[in-house]
Ligand binder design. Structure first.
Ligand code: COA
Length: 155
């Protein structure tokens, strides 16, 4: 699996994938966001994103292509994003989800009340506007993530 950082002019396919998965895509080109495309044999298998900087980062826009669901790729992609966030100085990854709570708890994330999110996270557009009030807030300490410099190409 290869991980590529998506350049600002390459967001249209990501937008389409997020739209099909019913995930937010309105704010993709705003600053402070990084998006990644994951490929196998030259074909996209997943996307994922990180928002913010510093110790608290938002994990967002994780989507595995329909034809690759349920093969462990979501877990592998999540692990790559966690390592990348830790490499950038992240200590905690936070997220909101409506449909994949079980996936994230199986991968070490814990459920908290939305009011317990740090300000850097509660002020994100996802928290304030894009995700419905029913979305579940989870977070994970990146203390155990292996921090290694990763080679990430760009697309
Ligand atoms: C959630 C998602 C990323 C998981 O990807 P995946 O490649 O299917 O996941 P994996 O194959 O790595 O699954 C790992 C485990 O999580 C479980 N799982 C997968 N999706 C799940 C979900 N939506 N809810 C609960 N558990 C889930 C799997 O059953 C598997 O469990 P097992 O190891 O006991 O068999 C994928 O289903 C997806 O793209 N969903 C639509 C977008 C979305 O909801 N993204 C998350 C919000 S940012």
């Amino acid at each position: 699996m290869q991980m590529f950082k998506i350049e600002a002019n390459g967001l249209s396919q990501l937008r389409e994938a997020l739209s099909q998965a019913a995930l937010p895509f309105d704010d993709l080109s705003e600053p402070g966001r990084q998006f990644f495309r994951f490929e196998m044999d030259g074909k996209w298998i997943a996307y994922g994103g990180l928002e913010g900087s510093g110790q608290d980062m938002l994990l967002r826009s994780l989507v595995v292509s329909d034809s690759h669901n349920g093969k462990g790729l979501g877990k592998a992609v999540l692990s790559e994003l966690e390592q990348y966030a830790a490499f950038q100085g992240g200590l905690w990854l936070h997220l909101l989800t409506q449909s994949a709570t079980g996936f994230f708890t199986a991968n070490g994330y814990e459920i908290f009340d939305r009011g317990e999110a740090p300000v850097a996270i509660s002020q994100t557009v996802q928290f304030k506007h894009l995700c419905p009030a029913s979305a579940i807030y989870l977070r994970k300490s990146l203390g155990a993530a292996v921090v290694t410099e990763q080679f990430v190409g760009s697309r």
